[in-house]
Design a binder for this molecule. Structure first.
Ligand SMILES: *Cc1c(COP(=O)(O)O)cnc(C)c1O
Length: 389
């Protein structure tokens, strides 16, 4: 990466993060401590849930959520083909089968009208994603899941701080999962959080993230309670988050309002700058949505295809503007093709995914950066229009 490059994303870290990480280092307590507890209570509050369980990644959180709901071999889980691959991978981890449902081209989320025809007697959950942070239909998915008497798992990894019809993302499903990779609204480097109102699900996740130990009061190998530390009633995992990561999380959560406000400002700058630009569709904020903005993804109009889109992305990268084709369809990746999915299985998701471009997006992007990105995009579009003419 050169000095002049505008990166696709970048974490916003301040002296608050530095101070809290140093405090953990000096305390000598590097795992299972007060930072984890404080981080969990911040995320529980923002997501409107009673419990929050910190884990090592969003992917680990999705894995634990499905295990806690008892989903396993022979079960089917309905989900979207247009997301980051982790949302469907978690279904494969537990030995269940992902059953994809095509998306709605306006919201890019799973089309609620197509869910019921995908239901079979084996359907055990709906795993819905707020794609690019858009919470649309979350209430409808919850209603469909309630009618089918199965749980809704909310993969809200892209939606921390977003509200829909006055309700925070994370509170729509029986379980919600956030991720804190460096491109998300807040980061811990790597990390995730399971949120729920269900005591049993929360306890199960607390046990499974910590090698299957009892969910509470096992302390650490250094405390007097070594008996509990060395007994493992469940087959668990090491999906813990370190205190250093939790300290980053606490600092980021204290700054959440400011971080989201900046994301909203940058998104508004893009929208104002690109409004009326030909051949591109801007992300639409639907009524009822108060967005925290995960990414800024534009879509080329339907006369473009993947070849033109990839040429535009490569051209922008040559001009040192970071962009990405978010997301290639999950069902076209090899582990899913083996299940019998292929090109044409989900035509709307495929058509959309051939035409999307994620533009540089983070809280510290300046008006000048935004203008440069848009100029470069317009240059690439004019080249395509010229070669077409
Ligand atoms: C980021 C993300 C995840 C989890 O990612 P991790 O890198 O494991 O934290 C899961 N689902 C979606 C939709 C995501 O965007």
């Amino acid at each position: 990466m050169s000095e002049t490059e505008i990166p696709l994303s970048k974490p916003d870290l301040s002296s608050v993060e530095e101070e809290l990480v140093v405090r953990v280092l000096r305390s000598g307590r590097l795992s299972i401590g007060p930072m984890q507890e404080e981080f969990e209570s911040h995320v529980a509050k923002v997501s409107g849930c009673r419990h929050a369980v910190a884990v090592s990644s969003g992917t680990a959180g999705l894995h634990l959520a499905l295990l806690a709901l008892g989903i396993g071999p022979g079960d089917e889980v309905i989900t979207t083909p247009f997301s980051f691959i982790a949302s469907a991978n978690a279904i494969l981890y537990v030995g269940a089968k992902p059953v994809f449902v095509d998306i709605c081209p306006k919201t890019l989320n799973m089309d609620p009208g197509r869910i019921e025809q995908a239901v079979t007697p084996r359907t055990k959950a709906i795993l819905a994603v707020e794609t690019f942070g858009n919470p649309l239909y979350m209430d409808e998915y919850a209603a469909i899941a309630a009618k089918l008497e199965i749980p809704l798992v909310e993969d809200c990894c892209e939606a921390l701080g977003t509200r829909y019809k006055g309700r925070p993302c994370g509170s729509f499903g029986r379980v919600g999962v956030f991720g804190f990779y460096p491109n998300k609204q807040i980061t811990t480097g790597e990390g995730g959080m399971v949120v729920t109102d269900d005591d049993r699900v929360a306890d199960c996740c607390r046990s499974l993230r910590n090698q299957g130990r009892e969910p509470k009061g096992t302390g650490s190998p250094n405390t007097s309670n070594t008996g509990a530390w060395l007994s493992h009633p469940n087959l668990g995992y090491n999906y813990r988050l370190s205190e250093l990561q939790a300290a980053l999380g606490v600092a980021q959560m204290r700054r959440l309002g400011q971080l989201i406000q900046r994301r909203q400002e940058v998104a508004t700058m893009y929208i104002n700058r690109l409004l009326g630009a030909g051949d591109i569709v801007l992300p639409a904020v639907q009524p009822g949505v108060d967005p925290s903005w995960f990414v800024f993804v534009v879509r080329l109009s339907t006369q473009y295809g993947a070849e033109e889109r990839d040429r535009i992305i490569n051209g922008m990268r040559l001009h040192e503007v970071g962009c990405a084709p978010y997301f290639p369809c999950i069902h076209l990746q090899p582990p899913y093709r083996r299940l019998g999915y292929g090109p044409g299985s989900f035509p709307i998701a495929e058509s959309v995914s051939h035409r999307t471009i994620a533009l540089p997006f983070h809280p510290r992007l300046s008006a000048r950066d935004v203008d440069l990105v848009c100029q470069t995009l317009e240059l690439m579009l004019s080249r395509e229009q010229f070669s077409r003419a």
